[in-house]
Design a protein around this ligand. Structure first.
Ligand code: ARG
Length: 441
């Protein structure tokens, strides 16, 4: 007899109880198949299904109490069923093992979750689209190395996140293809001698197909690792996004404002409005990375087939799901409160020689090879730095000291708005191109 400490240690019921609706759904399909294949009688099947439905009802009403005596959700449902309908309940587990059952429950759960996450990502994308439309003409300094690079449209920067999220949605959709395969029938590891119909169960549960090898089936947690990988990439994207917001919110930049509900004060410094929500999204990225490493480590040394270590997949998966849902629910709302300080952004564009490339391109237009024009403008910039001036403040005569190709039209080329409008290459920052990006599906 196991003592309570050991029972607690091996039990997963405290956290796998969220699988109950999926465990019941899977069991109902399994039971219908058993009757259809005449492995159990129709009468027994009806009785079992009735009992399972009552369990789901009482779970939904919050009446279910789970204790470690049940070990896991599968044993809990079975025990409650037998208590309710008697010995007949014991027929449900014919031709099945918890090893294929747990895989089924996880897949059913993840199918729901992935669909929900894809929906949340799409909602997020529409908020980004709206923010881009609203600020379509706002110009900001574009950065590389966090140093002033070239002027860009703020709307294009926002749309960059749209496309990152688009890939995240696609990655989850791709992962779903491998989640949506029916494992039941693998039983413990070798399949079963009962005349089961796996395709029928797959059809009842809406799976795309059935798994091909019973040993691989009970052994496989790739679909969970793939999901957490996709989640880790998504969190990395959102973390970078919050990093941008946090930088732009700093008084040194002062590019944006966020709604006060998303910022909190300091307990000591009265002037503070900290971007806590954004910081916590950035911080929570760490847990999802941790969950990924956790799962990879759990799996790396396991002999092929089911091993109890695999029960440890629940916590990293559920924590990833909960984190993702919380973040995806709160971030778009925060973004909805974003206000852009246009003047400050434009002002910033006048510094840092953002138009240096445009001047170099101008000389190329006059027939110089780009490498040569790059060298000339680099010298002009050094001159400006020594003089404490900007390119657009130089006199034409001063410019001509560096190259006789400079003429009066160079000042038009230096103009920030002209610079942005000129970058018309596909996917570029010109308003016409950004409008196309905004229209992307
Ligand atoms: N709770 C277990 C898990 O999550 C279910 C499978 C247990 N199988 C077994 N043979 N003990 O992995």
């Amino acid at each position: 007899m196991k003592n309570n400490k050991i029972k607690d240690f091996v039990a997963s019921i405290k956290y796998d109880c969220r699988l109950l609706p999926y465990d019941v759904e899977g069991s109902i399909a399994h039971c219908r198949m058993l009757a259809e294949c005449k492995i159990i009688s129709q009468k027994d099947s009806r009785k079992i299904i009735g009992g399972l439905k009552r369990i789901l009802e009482s779970y939904k009403k919050g009446r279910m109490k789970f204790s470690a005596k049940y070990e896991d959700i599968h044993l809990a449902v079975e025990a409650i069923l037998i208590k309710d309908i008697g010995e007949t309940g014991g027929k449900l587990h014919t031709a099945r093992s918890r090893n294929d059952q747990v895989s089924l429950d996880m897949r059913l759960y993840m199918r729901d979750i992935i669909s929900e996450l894809i929906r949340l990502i799409e909602d997020f994308q529409s908020v980004l689209r709206k923010a881009a439309v609203k600020n379509i003409d706002v110009i900001m300094p574009g950065f590389t190395h966090l140093q002033h690079a070239q002027p860009v449209l703020f709307s294009q920067h926002i749309m960059a996140y749209f496309f990152m999220l688009k890939r995240d949605g696609q990655r989850l959709g791709d992962c779903l293809k491998r989640v949506n395969v029916m494992p039941l029938g693998a039983a413990a590891l070798a399949g079963t001698a009962f005349p089961i119909d796996r395709a029928y169960v797959a059809k009842l549960l809406g799976f795309e197909g059935i798994t091909s090898n019973s040993i691989d089936t009970v052994s496989d947690r790739d679909f969970i690792i793939e999901f957490i990988s996709a989640a880790a990439i998504l969190m990395m994207h959102l973390s970078r996004f919050t990093e941008d917001l946090i930088i732009w919110l700093s008084p040194e930049f002062d590019f944006i404002r966020l709604g006060s509900a998303y910022c909190t004060g300091s307990s000591i410094m009265p002037q503070k409005r900290n971007p806590d929500v954004a910081e916590l999204i950035r911080g929570k990225t760490g847990r999802v990375y941790g969950n990924l490493l956790n799962m990879l480590t759990v799996m790396k040394g396991l002999p092929v087939s089911y091993n109890r270590d695999m029960q440890e997949d629940k916590m990293p998966l559920f924590d990833t799901v909960d984190t993702l849902i919380a973040v995806l629910e709160i971030f778009p709302g925060m973004l909805g409160t974003l206000k852009v300080n246009k003047e400050k952004m434009l002002e910033a564009c006048r510094q840092g020689f953002l138009n240096a490339t445009d001047v170099a391109d101008y000389l190329v237009g006059k027939g110089l090879p780009f490498r040569k024009s790059h060298g000339i403008v680099s010298e002009v910039v050094s001159y400006c730095i020594r003089e404490g001036r900007n390119l657009q403040d130089l006199k034409l005569a001063e410019l001509r000291r560096f190259s006789p190709e400079f003429a009066g039209d160079v000042f038009k080329a230096m103009n920030i708005r002209e610079s942005v409008a000129g970058r018309k290459s596909k996917g570029g920052t010109a308003p016409r191109e950004v409008r196309k990006q905004i229209k992307t599906k």
